[in-house]
Design a protein around this ligand. Structure first.
Ligand code: GDP
Ligand code: MG
Length: 693
């Protein structure tokens, strides 16, 4: 194993929307440097990064995956992230632990939105390189792609390479800083060629622009430049490194991942321009007293490592992947999990290329490595020494916005469901599952429809558990709008000891949220004191299933005002039954109605989708209560019945081409409109009783 100084390490995440070519680009980098022995392809399932069965099947990354490669001078740890809004938690964790990002943009022709904005914003002030990919495709152009990106992001971009030829004639790339050109033949090999004569002028003028941009970063340099003094290449590179590190300059490179064009220049740019782990600022966290503290990226500082990813392998068990921010970790030693307050024993450490393990120890400051079978650790935890505890703030878990009811297909599936979901949750803490007390359904919730589907497929393919997905039931409620009196009379007097209970009840509506109130107005002992609670118990029992569709009854006051008893036959149970009967009769006469839960939704969307989104909210019986602006996007606040938003996530995605997000919380219960009642009653599968409609 070659030893690398810390200044030769690069930790880089590939970030972009799904389909830009991140995984293909990572495969190209790995192949170029001999980390893989053939070029892995997403399209035929041979990618070493998208190795999960679900990823091969869908031809897209669902999880982030790590790999590393070595150049003559550097070691590069790559994190390939999923560019899918349902899986942003993985991307955010990756962004936490790298020192730079490559933003990948698929080449386009004309003025097209590349939907990069969200990903760009997520990377914050992380140093970035932009790679325009797929330039060998027909109908694309370097210039229009460049224009589209800068328009969308509103930042000045600085191309440092130029394409030789276009579309299927894309044969090479010019490096304008070194004024060198490279010709590609589709494989890992490439050839240095002279800068083509017809591109010389363009290359020189672009080189001038680069010099101008770096000169602006430094007064002394600017003066030299304005006086016409030559600035040497070494200086340009150092200054570019500075400008990129401070996120003031965003260089653009180009090529084709699948045709292995421009990959060597991207690799060089990662080494030359992105910062090393020791150039980053100190890592911040909280000490055990809850005070802010920080550690320098230095091997002599106490250990601080952050677990940014967990793999739950059915055979190997739990694999925790971490980044060391300070100090070092030795394999087969012990560390302290500061987040969970637990000692952790480490096994061997290794590095990964996809799922392949390469032994590696120690992991020093700036390294990314993995360890198997930690006891308590999960994604987001900080590992330290016990004597020097510190917790790095974990990435916030996204809210679960979509729930499905799942039904195991067989008894065997049912038995395996809980333990298998627990394993899946270990690597994906953004799923939630529980049994709904009211509907008795097993609910699986996630960040969106694809997320839930992915989990269901993983249950099947990895754990052999077959389940069916169903829309969850809406927890309707029932109440009344009027007031009514009724008698509940339960008499059985046929031989032996009989039963006798007779109770007169009055029901009336309470305001929404008023719950249940029981009032005893019995005077003169027409019902003995000890049977009053029996009547109340009977009412409470009857309220579990309303008269309209069998949903729980709420917001009701019940007054017991008259009755009769029998000295021998009256009993607790007889008065419970009388209470239940009286309640049901009275409720039927008091204009019963069904209530539905209404959700409070904050829908964040780009400006141009506003009309469509508001129209859609209205068509869902929703009410818009306000619109706020929030750095470039809008937040539509609305109240929408839950029944209309059970599958809102995929629908919003299609209206906004993936750019809209939302959060939703329960707000209140509201009467369902007349035309919906019969459908709800039918779905509930109960015999229709009389009601108000
Ligand atoms: N023509 C062409 N297709 C590419 C290129 N890079 C990736 N692709 C294709 O684009 C699709 C998405 O690629 P992938 O690497 O999975 O993108 P990711 O979602 O960003 O990881 C796949 O079908 C790739 O074969 C490229 O440079 N040229
Ligand atoms: Mg991918």
């Amino acid at each position: 194993m070659k030893e690398y100084g810390r200044e030769s390490v690069r930790n880089v995440a590939l970030v972009a929307p799904h389909g830009a070519g991140k995984t293909s680009l990572a495969e190209a980098l790995l192949y170029l440097h001999g980390a893989t022995d053939k070029l892995g392809k997403v399209d035929d399932g041979s990618s070493v990064l998208d190795y999960e069965s679900e990823e091969k099947h869908r031809r897209m990354s669902i999880n982030s995956h790590v790999a590393f490669f070595e150049t003559k001078t550097h070691i590069v740890n790559l994190i390939d992230t999923p560019g899918f809004l349902n899986f942003l938690y993985e991307t955010e964790n990756a962004i936490r632990v790298v020192d730079g990002a490559v933003i990948v943009a698929a080449a386009v022709g004309g003025d097209v939105s590349l939907q990069l904005r969200k990903y760009w914003d997520m990377t914050g002030d992380l140093p970035k390189i932009i790679f325009i990919n797929k330039l060998e495709k027909e109908n694309t152009s370097f210039e229009s792609t460049l224009g589209s990106i800068s328009k969308e992001l509103g930042v000045k971009l600085l191309p440092i390479t130029l394409p030789i030829g276009q579309h299927h004639d894309l044969s090479g790339v010019v490096d304008v800083i070194e004024m060198k050109a490279y010709k590609y033949g589709g494989g890992a090999g490439f050839e240095e060629i002279p800068v083509p004569a017809e591109l010389e002028e363009a290359a020189r003028s672009q080189r001038e622009k680069v010099i101008e941009s770096v000169a602006e970063l430094d007064d002394e340099l600017l003066e030299k430049y304005l006086e016409g003094e030559a600035i040497d290449e070494g200086k340009i590179i150092t200054m570019l490194h500075e400008g990129i590190r401070e996120a003031k300059i965003f260089p653009v490179l180009l090529g084709s991942a699948t045709h292995m064009a421009g990959i060597n220049l991207l690799s060089d740019a990662i080494s030359k321009y992105l910062p090393s782990p020791v150039e980053r600022k100190s890592i911040e966290g909280l000490n055990p007293a809850g005070e802010k503290t920080e550690r320098k990226p230095d091997g002599n500082e106490p250990l601080t490592a952050y677990i940014f990813k967990t793999i739950s392998d059915p055979y190997a068990g739990k694999i925790s992947i971490f980044r060391v921010f300070s100090g070092a970790i030795n394999g087969d030693s012990a560390v302290y999990n500061s987040t969970k307050h637990a000692k952790e024993k480490l096994g061997h450490l290794h590095r990964l290329v996809g799922k392949k393990e390469f032994p590696y120890s120690p992991a020093s400051t700036g390294d990314i490595a993995a360890v198997n079978k930690l006891k308590d650790a999960s994604t987001g935890d900080t590992l330290t020494d016990e004597a020097h505890q510190m917790v790095i703030e974990a990435v916030e878990l996204p809210p679960a916005v979509l729930s499905y009811a799942i039904e195991p297909k067989s008894r065997n599936d049912e038995d395996k469901l809980n333990p298998s979901l627990a394993r899946i949750q270990e690597e994906d803490p953004t799923i939630h599952y529980r049994i709904d007390e009211e509907t008795k359904e097993f609910l699986l919730s996630g960040t969106g429809q694809s997320h839930v589907e992915v989990v269901v497929n993983k249950l099947r393919d990895t754990y052999g558990v077959n389940v069916e997905l169903k829309k969850p039931r809406v927890p309707y409620r029932e109440t009344i709008k009027g007031k009514a009196k009724a008698e509940g009379k339960y008499i059985k007097q046929t031989g032996g000891r009989g039963q006798y209970g007779d109770a007169w009840l009055e029901v009336e509506a309470l305001p929404r949220g008023g719950g249940f109130e029981f009032v005893n107005h019995i005077v003169g002992g027409v019902i003995p004191k000890n049977f009053i609670p029996s009547v109340e118990k009977g009412v409470i029992e009857a309220m579990k299933k309303g008269v309209s569709a069998g949903y729980p009854v709420v917001d009701m006051k019940v007054t017991l005002f008259d009755g009769k008893y029998h000295p021998v036959d009256s009993s607790d149970i007889a008065f419970q039954i009388a209470g239940s009967m009286g309640f049901r009769k009275a409720m039927e006469d008091a204009r019963p109605v069904i209530l539905e839960p209404v959700m409070k939704m904050d829908i964040t969307i780009p400006d141009e989708c506003m009309g469509d989104v508001i129209g859609d909210v209205n068509s869902r019986r929703g009410k818009v209560s306000g619109v706020d602006s929030l750095n470039g996007s809008h937040v539509v606040r609305a109240l929408i019945p839950m029944a209309e938003v059970l599958t809102y996530a995929p629908e919003l995605r299609s209206i906004t081409s993936g750019r809209g997000t939302f959060s939703m919380d329960f707000s209140h219960y509201e009467e369902v409109p007349d035309h919906m009642v019969s459908k709800i009653v039918e779905e509930a599968g109960v015999k229709t009783a009389a009601h108000d409609h």
